[in-house]
Design a binder for this molecule. Sequence first.
Ligand SMILES: [Zn+2]
Length: 373
Amino acid sequence: MDHFFFIWVGFAFALGAAIGSWLNVCIYRVPYEKSLLWPGSHCGHCFQRVRWYDNIPLISYWVLRGRCRTCKTPFSIRYFLIELFTGLVFAGLFYLDIGLNVQGMDFFRRQAWRIQFGWVPVQAWLFWLGHAVLVSFLIVASVIDLDHMEIPLPVTVTGTLTGLVFATCMPWPWPNTDRPPLIELRLGKVVVVDPVPVLGFQPWPLWRPDELPKWMPPGSWQLGLATGLAGVLAGVVLVRGVRFLFGLGRGLEGMGLGDADLMMMAGAFLGWQATLVAFFVSVFPGLVLGLGQVVLRGSQTIPFGPSLALGIVLTLYGWRWIGPQVQVLFFDSTLLLLLGGTGAVLLLVVSLMLRLLFGAPPPEDDERPAAQG
Ligand SMILES: [Zn+2]
């Protein structure tokens, strides 16, 4: 990598910090259904408007030493930390997506010699932008979930619609243009012609490329939108299904509807296969964060949003390696139905066992608001 490339990494960081400043506004105002545009940023103590030169991401916090210029009331360091985190994430994703080409985009590989001299093609910018936008929504949803134990619908619905726009404009295998490698079925046996299917901005298409209907060819907006919609459906159905089965067995709803909305949003970006996998991947950060929560706060109710967000990002960036492991499952409808059925039965059995072990749940869970569950 040449230093010209790192100018853009720096630019991504600065943009991320500025967006992080906006995410702070969303995190602070959306849960109270306040307007995001009016009034402008002001001190919560003296209501003095924050002037533009006191509202520069990252820098202003240190210039003012974390205090209001007028009344000297300290601001929470969290504003600064979220700006810093968003900046680091934007720069990190830019480096992973375009510098390292972690997802192995053929298109970027062929452009690598230009990219290292800072000549970043517009496709690469859009590829990164899609990921940066997804992660921005995930940050807002996660922090609000940590604060309020709920994920507001305005965040996830806006995220879902944005994801569907990206899905329609950047259909699989975009930005790659080559004919995708196929897997084949011969005498009922799966023969992998090319062990690594082409990844695009959408990790995978709706279904096996060779079995797609004529009006939905690779690279068409129809395929992109259908892939996004299938992801939305997967997110909505999966979490609600788990919630329903768990409730049936244990008598307690394990997950909130906000979690379902979060997976719906991820589905619009990831398509249904990666969304399903992300749900299972998030169990691992979920266990770690959940244990931490119980130890640190002594709380039994754990927001699952941050774990889901981590699972989504890990799955998206690991799909190059995860995909080949699971592709046999996802492109065979019989196997898929069998697996889904087995999973549902297992979940019901486990939740029934939990009920037998820990007894029936208390009749009213008054710690959480009824609307969000
Ligand atoms: Zn003030």
